[in-house]
Ligand binder design. Structure first.
Ligand SMILES: CC(C)(COP(=O)(O)OP(=O)(O)OC[C@H]1O[C@@H](n2cnc3c(N)ncnc32)[C@H](O)[C@@H]1OP(=O)(O)O)[C@@H](O)C(=O)NCCC(=O)NCCS
Length: 183
């Protein structure tokens, strides 16, 4: 399957590359950025290893997360990354995740990226359903997916033990027909 490469008004979403290492490490080493995510802060070496391992993956293999770089098209700098995974048992279902650098948040970038990713998944790949899991304390992410008209369909209470305590999560989803009928 051809790998993903999406252009939006300001951004290019494309495979992560080693040239992204400094930008990638800058935000992935910030505990505020990783606070609500399943992974912890990265050392430079861990960031490099992550990019190298990710380069062996390609969109379309069920059950496997693939991370994409989000590049500011004008400057060429990496401003974040987003991840996609097709469901292990039914590849018509996808899960997504997104991280925007602490230096670039609240500029509408995440909204622009997810819009581009949904266009790719629903209109090009004919995906039936897109799911996102968000920590119940992650106000920014809750705003983001609510604003994009994702439907809140689950509230899991103290279902994951991570970073030393039990965490609760919301599950948001959107169906292809909901995407097609959006205003
Ligand atoms: C969640 C995250 C991706 C949002 O990225 P962003 O580029 O700042 O978001 P946007 O600028 O596109 O904003 C989208 C909406 O969320 C709102 N929002 C963004 N950050 C917010 C915050 N800290 N508090 C409240 N609302 C916030 C915006 O006002 C906007 O609302 P609107 O559509 O009604 O105008 C970013 O905060 C982030 O990377 N956080 C750390 C990683 C993470 O937790 N990822 C989520 C895992 S799924």
């Amino acid at each position: 399957m051809k790998d993903m490469n999406i252009s939006t008004a300001r951004l290019t979403i494309r495979p992560l590359a080693l040239k992204d290492l400094a930008d990638f490490h800058c935000y992935r080493s910030n505990p505020e950025v990783t606070k609500y995510q399943g992974f912890d802060v990265f050392t430079l070496q861990q960031a490099k290893q992550f990019i190298e391992e990710n380069a062996t993956k390609q969109f379309g293999k069920p059950g496997e997360w693939v991370q994409y770089g989000i590049e500011n098209t004008d400057t060429g700098y990496l401003i974040g990354d987003c991840a996609l995974r097709l469901d292990q048992y039914d590849s018509r279902v996808a899960e997504i995740g997104i991280t925007i650098s602490h230096l670039e948040q609240q500029k509408g970038y995440a909204k622009e990226v997810i819009g581009g990713v949904l266009t790719f998944l629903f209109d090009v790949q004919q995906i039936h359903r897109v799911v996102v899991i968000v920590d119940a304390e992650n106000t920014a992410a809750i705003h983001l997916f609510t604003s994009l008209a994702f439907r809140l369909e689950g509230h899991f209470v103290e279902n994951v033990f991570f970073k030393g305590k039990w965490g609760s999560e919301f599950q948001f989803a959107m169906l292809q027909r909901e995407w097609d009928s959006r205003a």
